[in-house]
Design a protein. Structure first.
Length: 348
């Protein structure tokens, strides 16, 4: 499938998702009558119009998760207007991500959650806690990581987010179609399903276009550590002169890749790229020091998840689309200005 075809499919899915949520919000703002054809059993609040929603997310100072939370907060305004509440919980760091997330998930039940929204980052560590939620008949929505298979495995209502392998494959395909022959996928959260799937997708995408990929796993304690990650990437580049592109798993490490390429005197020969995006990354795309970013629209992940959970809990309303996909979309020199406008508004 060409990149234009991928973009067309993604756009069509986005239209379906947003259209569905607009219908949900309109219905939620009105009454419960006339919705029997859209309702499903299992709404936890008994149709009283109030929800107590808990959202598990990343660190508060993580740029990606600040956008997710912006979407959560905007959708929470509707919940609060109906007398409900939305609480966002996140770990202090990513050193023990799976077990820490499991503890947060468990804590939502003791706090009286009527719906839980959570990523399935590390299934081995989280699935028992997620299954405990559904065993207690509390509606669960998986978002951001895990995909529909994870949602089905633990009995969740739906999945909202990007399919990480698909996103990675789109990035790998782009690299292969732009003359890259050997990519280095830098994973600073090894063991997490979403980041492993990203690197695996990069490898399969570039392989299908005649290239190869190598994964560079680094300790999760180095996530976002500009100096440590840059030094590790630089060492890998100097050790293997065949590497002509570097892909980082998030914008927290994207700047490190640019720095490493510059320090190794390989600017122009080795092209950095990244999953996700921020202002610095978009400006680097604009000035040519970064090839592309793979956008999964974090704002929409937070907004859609909370909107869906609220409508489901309050009125038993569910959407027919499974999963609700928010990506991938490739941001490069051709569409970077539009992405910058969204970034400056705090929603991309």
């Amino acid at each position: 499938m060409t990149m234009k075809s991928i973009a067309r499919v993604v756009w069509n899915r986005r239209v379906l998702a947003v259209a569905g949520v607009l219908a949900v919000l309109a219905t939620s703002a009105c009454s419960q009558s006339g919705n029997s054809s859209s309702s499903t059993s299992g709404a936890a609040a008994g149709g009283n119009g109030k929800a107590k929603i808990f959202v598990i997310g990343g660190k508060s100072d993580d740029p990606f998760w600040s956008k997710v939370k912006r979407g959560v907060d905007d959708a929470a305004k509707v919940v609060q207007a109906q007398g409900g509440s939305v609480t966002f919980l996140g770990p202090q760091n990513y050193d023990n991500l799976g077990p820490d997330a499991a503890k947060l998930i468990d804590s939502t039940l003791s706090q009286g959650a009527t719906a839980v929204i959570a990523p399935d980052w590390v299934p081995d560590a989280e699935d028992a806690a997620l299954k405990h939620v559904t065993d207690q008949k509390v509606p669960l929505f998986i978002y951001n990581a895990g995909g529909l298979p994870a949602a089905d495995k633990v009995g969740a209502v739906n999945y909202v987010g990007s399919e990480e392998y698909t996103a990675g494959k789109a990035g790998g395909t782009y690299l292969g179609q732009h003359s890259a022959k050997h990519s280095l996928c830098v994973n600073t959260l090894p063991g997490s399903t979403n980041t492993e799937d990203r690197c695996r997708g990069i490898g399969d995408g570039i392989k299908a276009n005649g290239g190869t990929s190598t994964e560079l796993p680094l300790p999760s304690s180095q996530f976002g550590n500009q100096t440590a990650v840059a030094q590790a990437i630089k060492a890998a580049l100097l050790k293997d002169s065949s590497i002509d592109s570097v892909v980082t798993i998030s914008t927290s490490d994207a700047g490190s890749a640019v720095s490493a390429v510059q320090q190794a005197n390989l600017t122009g020969k080795v092209k950095p790229a990244t999953f996700d995006m921020d202002t610095a990354t978009l400006n680097n795309i604009k000035n040519g020091t970064t090839l592309f970013a793979i956008d999964q629209q974090p704002y929409m992940q937070g907004y859609l998840s909370v909107s869906m959970a609220n409508s489901y809990v309050a009125y038993g309303i569910n959407l027919p689309q499974r999963p609700i996909l928010t990506g991938p979309a490739i941001i490069d020199s051709q569409n970077v200005d539009q992405a910058l406008a969204g970034e400056q508004a705090g929603v991309r």
